[in-house]
Design a protein around this ligand. Structure first.
Ligand SMILES: NC(=O)c1ccc[n+]([C@@H]2O[C@H](COP(=O)([O-])OP(=O)(O)OC[C@H]3O[C@@H](n4cnc5c(N)ncnc54)[C@H](O)[C@@H]3O)[C@@H](O)[C@H]2O)c1
Length: 337
């Protein structure tokens, strides 16, 4: 069977994870070249057998030995990289978000759809084994019709200010994962969004026009609701929990601790600390999302997560931003006009 050959553009935190996962866990695929890897990243990549390096994505595009490109560059380059991959007829696995501008994402979605290129947007949390069990309890009707989804998503600390400057802010950078998860679990379209937010941590975040704490309420078309609470400052670590309450019961996923032991004495019960941050907590999901991408590419089945689904969670993020500015409920219909 022919191997799926892959090029990766961007060899930072997430590019390295994808390289390592493909090489270690996906025998049907091989990373053959990387663009935009600095000297340190090249040393890292060579450990995984990569020998071809290019300064820019164009090197990957001109390489006829490459079937698919993983776009792991900074967000500002995603849209242009997607367009270049479409022109070169390469399959695409693109990190979230596709861009920070709605009109650009709309243009990209329409280009992806008309080109029929194989395209997946990387909402890795859908592939987390615990969240998949939660989804299964909904789809097999164990909990009946979902009425309420509660997502707690709190980071152990804010990213560097330099990162925040170009990130698009808490909703587009961080909560977008939770908005995607809420839509995935509810299996319905969002009708409206209401958000409240503030800054409890560094005033510098406020000076950049961003927030570090937010509650967002999503109302879905069939009447279900989701409440998503986000913080960039969780003193006890990376707090990632989900609960879905339905007509016949509820289901949920707890936090993952460093290991599974616990202890108790006269002063109470103790568990180990939470897994450090997203690279550790979601390690399984980063592997599983790539397995799903490669499988869909090999079998020519539809993409596990389409470009238009990336647009949906972006619209919710932008509606949440607007809701804060205008202190009102914002409908998704008005966001599209
Ligand atoms: N799905 C997730 O959980 C998740 C987690 C982290 C990051 N991300 C996304 O992945 C993307 C990269 O984030 P990161 O944390 O790995 O960033 P990073 O800063 O660690 O790495 C970015 C890489 O892109 C390269 N780069 C810089 N300019 C470039 C250009 N013009 N063309 C091509 N490559 C260029 C850099 O050399 C670097 O190797 C972002 O869009 C981010 O939102 C997603």
């Amino acid at each position: 069977m022919k191997l799926i050959t892959i090029g990766i553009v961007g060899m930072g935190r997430i590019g390295k994870i994808h390289l390592s996962n493909i090489t270690r866990f996906i025998p049907q695929a091989e990373v053959v070249a990387i663009a935009h890897a600095n000297a340190e990243a090249q040393v890292y990549a060579k450990q995984f057998g990569v020998t071809q390096f290019y300064d820019e994505i164009e090197g990957l595009l001109g390489n006829s030995g490459i079937d698919a490109i993983i776009i792991a560059s900074p967000t500002a380059f995603h849209a242009s990289h997607i367009k270049l991959c479409i022109e070169a007829k390469k399959a695409i696995f693109c990190e979230k978000p596709m861009d920070l501008s709605l009109s650009v994402v709309q243009e990209v979605v329409s280009l992806v759809e008309s080109s029929k290129v194989h395209f997946m947007v990387a909402f890795n949390r859908r592939f987390d084994p615990s969240f998949l069990k939660v989804k299964e309890k909904i789809t097999n009707d164990t909990i009946g019709t979902p009425h309420l989804i509660i997502i707690t998503s709190r980071d152990p600390g804010p990213p560097p200010l330099e990162y925040i400057k170009t990130s698009g802010g808490l909703f587009l950078d961080m909560a977008i994962h939770d908005f995607d998860m809420a839509c995935y679990l509810m299996d319905d379209e969002v009708e409206s969004v209401y958000a409240s937010a503030t800054v409890f941590g560094a005033p510098a975040i406020e000076e950049l026009g961003d927030i570090d704490t937010a509650i967002t309420t999503l109302t879905f078309k069939k009447g279900g609701m989701a409440c998503i609470n986000n913080s960039r400052n969780s003193s006890y670590g990376y707090d990632q929990r989900i609960e879905v309450f339905g007509s016949k019961g509820m289901t949920g996923a707890k936090n993952k601790t460093l290991d599974q032991h616990y202890s108790a004495d006269e002063s109470g019960f103790y568990t180990p600390v939470l897994q450090d941050f997203f690279l550790e907590r979601y390690a399984d999901s980063y592997r599983m999302e790539l397995i799903a991408f490669i499988k869909s590419l090999m079998q020519q089945t539809s993409s596990p997560i389409s470009a238009s689904e990336g647009l949906k969670s972006m619209l919710i993020s932008l509606a949440a931003k607007k809701s804060i500015l205008e202190k009102r409920v914002v409908t998704l219909t008005e966001m599209m006009n």
